[in-house]
Design a binder for this molecule. Structure first.
Ligand code: C2E
Ligand code: MG
Ligand code: MG
Ligand code: MG
Length: 278
């Protein structure tokens, strides 16, 4: 259907396909410019234990356009992954996150906090991922034991051997690992058992109706039981109500992240929150 019309230009017979293709190409160009012009920002969503103590945060990416509008990952992460720019964006995320974590570690009242960072499959499987991260550790002076990488099930299935090997190498440097969006993918229990994981993260899609939908309730209870039996921490994301938190603690899950506590905050507001100024 598509005919090459000069270098890097394609024409589609279907105008809707043409429009979608142009929009995607434009988005990719904008993502590159956003990196050059420093338009990305990280926000930090608190993670708490059952006594309400802040244990750390998850770094979440936002894109502030020159006109001031802020875009959320749903609007650009997929394009970034498909075009490969996610590798560069992901480096920026890790550099920024480690610089922030190093600041926390230099201040006694935030020194013990953990920072979780989302890493896409494409980024994690780069041959230079480990040396790249090592370079960031050295440059930022961060203690890697405060860093947790959030991986998804799709990554684990794509290349199990490579993933397990990279994880083992990084574990020796002191990092920890969380399996994000757990329950939404297809990873088998055999895989889970063989990976050096520290934490399972219950996807927020199961939390939404957990109080009214028996299936969701069963899934959440099973994930918690599975985590317990494998010796993994279990954290729930998308905790919005006291009822949901009660359900979780009755089921044996004592780590929470969600709007019940806070949305993702700017670095400055997060440190204030963690210091108890709230
Ligand atoms: P995720 O890693 O599962 O992150 C949790 C998402 O749930 C975040 O959306 C967060 O704002 C949202 N959330 C938190 N609490 C609640 C709640 O109580 N209720 C509801 N309904 N939602 C809640 P966000 O920030 O829009 O990020 C979406 C996804 O984008 C993330 O899902 C992650 O997969 C991806 N992402 C975010 N930052 C990065 C990044 O730096 N690198 C990569 N590769 N992916 C990222
Ligand atoms: Mg995550
Ligand atoms: Mg998640
Ligand atoms: Mg999710």
């Amino acid at each position: 259907q598509a005919k090459a019309a000069g270098r890097n230009t394609f024409r589609f017979h279907d105008p809707a396909v043409q429009a979608a293709w142009s929009a995607r190409a434009e988005l990719e160009g904008s993502l590159r410019r956003a990196l050059q012009h420093d338009e990305f920002i990280l926000h930090y969503q608190p993670q708490l234990d059952r006594s309400g103590r802040v244990l750390g945060a998850e770094a979440l990416l936002r894109w502030r356009l020159p006109n001031g509008k802020v875009l959320y990952p749903a609007e650009f992460i997929r394009a970034a992954e498909e075009s490969g720019i996610i590798v560069e964006i992901g480096k920026w995320v890790l550099r920024t996150a480690c610089a922030e974590l190093a600041r926390w570690q230099r201040s006694p009242d935030t020194a013990g906090l953990t920072l979780s960072v989302n890493v896409s499959a494409r980024q994690f499987n780069q041959p230079d991922f480990v040396p790249m991260l090592q370079g960031i550790f050295e440059h930022s002076g961060v203690q890697p034991s405060g860093l947790k990488l959030e991986l998804t099930e799709s990554l684990v299935i794509t290349d199990f051997t490579q993933t397990a090997h990279t994880m083992a190498t990084l574990k020796r440097r002191g990092l920890s690992f969380s399996l994000d969006d757990f329950g939404t993918g297809y990873s088998s229990l055999a895989y889970l058992r063989k990976l050096p994981l520290d934490q399972l993260k219950i996807d927020h899609s199961f939390m939404r109706d957990v109080l009214t939908d028996q299936n969701d309730a069963s899934i959440v209870r099973s994930i918690i039981a599975l985590g317990d039996s494998l010796g993994l921490q279990v954290i729930a994301e998308g905790v919005e109500t006291l009822g949901q938190r009660q359900f979780l603690s009755d089921a044996g899950c004592y780590l929470y992240q969600g709007f019940l506590y806070q949305h993702a905050l700017s670095a400055e507001h997060f440190t204030q929150y963690a210091r108890g100024v709230h």
